[in-house]
Write a protein that binds this ligand. Structure first.
Ligand SMILES: *[C@@H]1O[C@H](CO)[C@@H](O)[C@H](O)[C@H]1NC(C)=O
Length: 334
């Protein structure tokens, strides 16, 4: 039976070495990210492409100056961005025209695009002014999660909405999230032990609203390849294990936070790419931020499928998150 033993050794030893290497690199990476750099380190100001005037970066620690901020991460989106931005701005302008109390800003975070994404955005800034449309250039590609984090930390809204650059969700669906957040805020103000003064604003009550495509799942299951469904189920289970239950669709790119919630969440979040949404759910639980999951429209836009190659990266991120929080290398600031 010697040959069998040799075979086991031959397979087992490399496997153990690989596993050890994986664990060590996870610990190293968790250690490297133990402190979150909260604010943008590069250019400390926005630039108006027309007048070349600099506008200093506001931060999430400042009081709100707008009713709503829309944060759009963009990586090489020159094709899909113009029509999505057009639709978004027409909607926002219309609301502002009908309601004097409504003010908005769109914060586009350029995640190191190598195409004309910034040029597209500059055209919009010229038409809508630097007060309403801004670009944060990250310089090099850092990941969608990181782009959204930077955008959130430099926004001025009482409410902050993240949405995808491809316009997969109709922008007016933000009203669904907005009204649910308002309802939840009412409830919290009413149930508060201390009589609330009229000055308690929606921005001061931490609430998170997650757009969701879970209601579309049945139809999607029927139309997708079997292995995609299999992987999807597997991903749901892993998410459940690492963040806990509460949200059925963590990955939808359409989410709204009150300013207080965004301040707590985005000064803590460490994951930079695909799974930062899962970390948001985890953080909401640990910071006791109420989460609401709300069905939104969703149209499959060509070119936005998650590639199978990103699955190992996603699993790596979830492992990293588990290691970071379990070892207490990652502390949560309240
Ligand atoms: C800006 O305004 C001009 C003139 O109204 C229009 O032709 C152009 O399409 C607008 N561009 C954008 C990006 O909205």
């Amino acid at each position: 039976m010697d040959w069998l033993w040799t075979l086991v050794e031959l397979l087992l030893i490399p496997a153990l070495v690989l596993l050890l290497g994986f664990i060590v690199s996870l610990l190293f990476e968790a250690f490297r990210r133990r402190s979150t750099s909260s604010l943008h380190d590069g250019h400390p100001s926005f630039e108006d492409p027309k007048s070349k005037k600099k506008v200093p970066f506001p931060t999430i620690f400042d009081p709100a100056e707008k009713y709503i901020s829309l944060i759009i991460p963009a990586f090489n989106e020159e094709q899909r961005l113009p029509s999505a931005l057009d639709e978004t701005l027409i909607y926002l302008q219309q609301r502002a025209a009908n309601d004097k109390a409504f003010s908005y800003e769109v914060v586009l975070v350029d995640d190191g695009s190598t195409d004309g994404t910034i040029m597209v955005a500059s055209d919009f800034i010229e038409n809508y002014s630097i007060d309403n449309v801004r670009v944060i250039p990250l310089g090099r590609n850092q990941g969608k999660g990181e782009a959204i984090r930077k955008g959130m930390l430099h926004s001025r809204g009482e409410l902050l909405l993240m949405l995808d650059a491809d316009g997969a969700t109709k922008v007016n669906d933000l009203e669904k999230l907005e009204s649910q957040i308002r309802a939840q805020a009412e409830k919290e103000i009413q149930s508060a032990a201390v009589p609330s003064d009229s000055s308690s604003r929606i921005s001061d009550i931490p609430i998170a609203a997650f757009g969701s495509r879970a209601h579309l799942e049945e139809k999607a299951l029927a139309s997708r390849k079997w292995y995609r469904n299999f992987l999807m189920k597997g991903f749901h289970i892993v998410v459940l294990l690492s963040a806990g239950s509460g949200i059925r669709d963590t990955q939808c790119g359409f989410k709204m936070f009150t300013r207080a919630a965004a301040r707590k969440l985005f000064t803590n979040v460490r994951l930079k790419r695909w799974c930062f949404d899962v970390e948001l759910v985890y953080l909401c639980k640990h910071l006791s931020i109420p989460m609401i999951e709300i069905s939104v429209t969703w149209s499959e836009i060509p070119g936005s499928k998650v590639s199978l190659r990103s699955i190992p990266h996603m699993l790596g991120e979830l492992c990293l998150m588990s290691v970071g929080y379990r070892t207490r290398l990652w502390s949560i600031r309240a």
